[in-house]
Design a protein around this ligand. Sequence first.
Ligand SMILES: Nc1ncnc2c1ncn2[C@@H]1O[C@H](COP(=O)(O)OP(=O)(O)O)[C@@H](O)[C@H]1O
Ligand SMILES: [Mg+2]
Length: 287
Amino acid sequence: MSRIEQALSKAAQERTSAKSSSPNQSSPPVNVFVPNSLTGIDPRLIAIFSVNSLAAEQYRQLRTKIIRAKRLFSHNSFLVSSALPGEGKTVTAICLAITIAQGLQDTVIIVDSDLRKPSVHKMLGINSAKGLSDYLMGKANLEEVIIKTKIDKLSAIPAGTLPSNPSELISSDKMGKLVPELKTRYQNRIVIFDSPPIVSITDSVILSQKVDEVVLVIYANHTPKEAVMDAVAELSGATITGVVLNQFDNLSRYYRKYKYKYKYGYGYGYGYGYGDSARQGREKKVK
Ligand SMILES: Nc1ncnc2c1ncn2[C@@H]1O[C@H](COP(=O)(O)OP(=O)(O)O)[C@@H](O)[C@H]1O
Ligand SMILES: [Mg+2]
């Protein structure tokens, strides 16, 4: 058993014994999602799904919007993007993909279309060298680059070899044909594209015109308003499914209070209390 599995199992035992030692106290339902095999998956992702967290609940709400878009409009391809680097696009794309895969019906494929700074493969623990760029360059066929992940019903196309011409590949005819191919190949499949930042790189804007809808990630209290406005302007013409307000932890209490008081239904705030150190040393605002 890996250290992560041990920690999860211990936490589950503690929750069970806390429950039985105070039978009259009503505790929230425990909602533990344990993928088939945890080995190799970023522990921070597992943390989101291993507790009955606000984050997991917010992802389920976003999943509901996505399933609705699919049912009402047959929309099943979604781009996850944000104005600037480091706002949580990849974390959001993966957590959303896992949440959809956890649902009863749909299978999911996540495509790493950030050909400049890819990280889906690292976070999902995929070791394949070949990926989207190799397919687009004609160096691999589609079957070769679709990888089954360790999570049920979730497959992935990693970014592959770092290309020297990412924008050309993303805007190529082959990419234009790949999106409908992935959308229609299997029934009940949802396609999630991770992507580079919108401001100053054209790739995401090009992709936003090929997919059905866009999920916009904003780093709470960090992304300058102007950058968000620029990104929204760049996305004009795209359908925005929703906005994920990432790193919402400092505001979450406040948010919950008002959510319950006034039944606000906007946004997707979440915070799961880790990773601040990962951000230390990085600029808080990109200008
Ligand atoms: N909600 C969060 N809480 C803590 N750390 C986060 C959160 N979202 C992202 N991170 C961390 O911030 C860094 C950047 O996130 P990432 O998803 O790679 O951003 P992007 O894809 O927008 O560049 C990663 O180290 C990631 O683990
Ligand atoms: Mg990323």
